[in-house]
Design a binder for this molecule. Sequence first.
Ligand SMILES: [Zn+2]
Length: 247
Amino acid sequence: MNLIIFGPPGAGKGTQSNNLINNFDLKQVSTGNLLRSEIKIQTDLGKKIESIINNGELVSDDVVNTLIRKIISDPKNFNRLIFDGYPRTISQVYSLEKLLKEFNQKISIVFNLNVDKDIVSKRVNGRVICTRCFRIFNVYLNPPNSKNHKCEKKYLEKRTDDNSKTILNRYGTYVAKTKPILDYYSKKGLLLEIDGNQKIAEIYGKIKGILENIRDWHYVYFLYKFPLKNLTSLIYGPYSRYQYPSK
Ligand SMILES: [Zn+2]
């Protein structure tokens, strides 16, 4: 199953997708990471991207699509992608659809983590990190105390990269820009709104439950459709490497 996860800055999207990657054997696709790793391996495209970024210009959709194509076309990634921070525009939505179709895949579900602005603000402003053990806490939502943290208080520092004003601005921009994309997936019946105001573990519990259901249904359908392949599917895992009929 391929999925997309949306959520404004401060919604905890990173944490949720990390949990999903580990528990569902998914491969994360984030444009930022793709660009960085292409630059790192210094392919021709990587060099081109590096000079675009160094010139302060935006990387074009064409370049992004080329990178996404590489990932989707790789058999290792078949039906196990989680798109994070992509697609960002409607035109990227269309090219993603086209690419998935070309490689006999589709999006199974789109999650949107909804979170109120004041919760974002608490999450962002309350974040503290221990400079000794590197654990992260939140003075409002998950305060460090004698039970959950053994280091002295003096090691706790407010995280400096979280400039609250910037994040709240980004929140506004994000909501406006993402709306047409969410509308698109909503019309297709793929969008699932998740209440992102709850605790991270509760949110994850919900998402996990939904995905397990989808996976089970895929599996049941798969066994029904291709009974002879049962053995291979049992050996290699219930669903992820296989192609499901799209309808
Ligand atoms: Zn500590």
